[in-house]
Design a protein around this ligand. Sequence first.
Ligand SMILES: Nc1nc2c(c(=O)[nH]1)N[C@H]1C(S)=C(S)[C@@H](COP(=O)(O)O)O[C@H]1N2
Ligand SMILES: [Mo]
Length: 488
Amino acid sequence: MVIDDFPFWLRFAHFINLIFIVLLIRSGIEILSAFPKLYWNDHARPGTEWIKFTKKKFLPSFEKRVWISLEEEKSFPSWISLPGHKNLGMGRHWHFFSILFWIGNGVAYYILLFTSDQWQRLIPTSWSIFPDAFHDLTLYASFQFNLYGNPYDSIQQLTYFSIVFLLGPFMIATGAAMSPAIGARFPQYPKIFGGRQVARSLHFLGMVGFVLFIIIHIAMVMLSDFSQNMGNIFLGHATSLGIAIGIFALFVLIVLAVNIWATAISLRNPRFVQVKLGALIEYFRRILFRKAVSRQQFSKSEVTPFFRVNGYPPETDEYKKLLENKFVDWNLDVNGLIENPIKLSLVDLHKLKKETQITEHSCIQGWTAIGEWGGLSMDYIISVCKPLSQAKYIVFHSYQYTNGYQFYEAIPMELAKHPQTILAYEMNGNPLDVPHGAPLRLRVETQLGYKMVKWIKSIEFVSDYKHIGMGHGGHREDHMYYDLGAGI
Ligand SMILES: Nc1nc2c(c(=O)[nH]1)N[C@H]1C(S)=C(S)[C@@H](COP(=O)(O)O)O[C@H]1N2
Ligand SMILES: [Mo]
């Protein structure tokens, strides 16, 4: 069966796909660089990775000093990752921005494929495809290519089918399995893959699959009938060698230009990228995750023995004194736009109803750990404080400073009311230790770790976060250009 020329929409979708797949791969490698180790289980114990792209030492013990996961970040060069040089925040913005267009383009392509006769190019209609493919393979092995591109040979059809209908959806499925909001709302979902670290490893292998496909695909386009192929890809029909070379050069130039521009703007003006791409991503994130409430309940046997730490413990005299006195002089100061400002000591907190939960923690860098947390519900604090109607966000201020800036994070009021949003003073049945946030830390189980402020000093109800810090909603948003919403 020979279908007519390649229609415009098919060629256009192929081109859009090319642009965004390259952005996805490069930004994905950037995300990998923030935690360049891959595991087969969610405890992600240092030393048990099946592959790593770093030589840095990292010990699974805090006996001598606290090791923090930011030390595990690796700097990749810009030619391989977008934008390179430890820019996880930027990498994520480009990854999620590109996903929107890649999926949108993919959906349009699927629809047009099946509402026209073009699906016949990709979907095998006879079992003879397998013996045919074997036959083609023997020809390939002797470098006899028969790829006139229209119709595809059996190997092409099987490969394209696998990429379009298997690998593409697989990447979406494994990507979604890494989202803390999805995992919190549907704890069974990541378990389909064997947990978030397996999903992360598979997502990486899928990326390798895409890269190999792209290399072989381009090589085949060049090695078999080059001018016919380039003509089909761009014009819909065969063309001359001169024009084919021109088209190829045009493709390369456009892909290069897009990538150089995206890299340069991310390195020079990350705030611009954060604000612009972030706004679009946030719009979709709200629609998808606004209603996601954490329903996690792992069992005690699933608790992670070595729970990584992020952020060095506070060094201020104020904190050290409190620690020396075992926090008897510490008070949780709750203030801002509320009817009842309160101060609660640790003893007071212990008298209140205790919530416990065993949940999975996802750090934005990529590691996970399962822990049991005990403390009081934020919803209870809210009900006691009686927020004024203007109060829209709750800001958690820490005793800890990083490079001279006080750590804080803001979360929307609705998120604070979720049942598994708690102020924890206990971890795995013991009083919270210093590395993990003593005397009190936040747990917001649908979010990434950076939202969960440790070493809490005060809680402030505000109408907006623009006047706090640099005004982007948290220390990590201000200084590392992380996303405002931390559900993915
Ligand atoms: N004050 C403060 N809180 C913080 C951080 C920090 O650097 N300072 N790091 C955050 C990040 S990025 C993560 S992943 C979690 C880690 O919690 P853990 O150290 O208990 O594992 O704490 C969060 N809370
Ligand atoms: Mo983190």
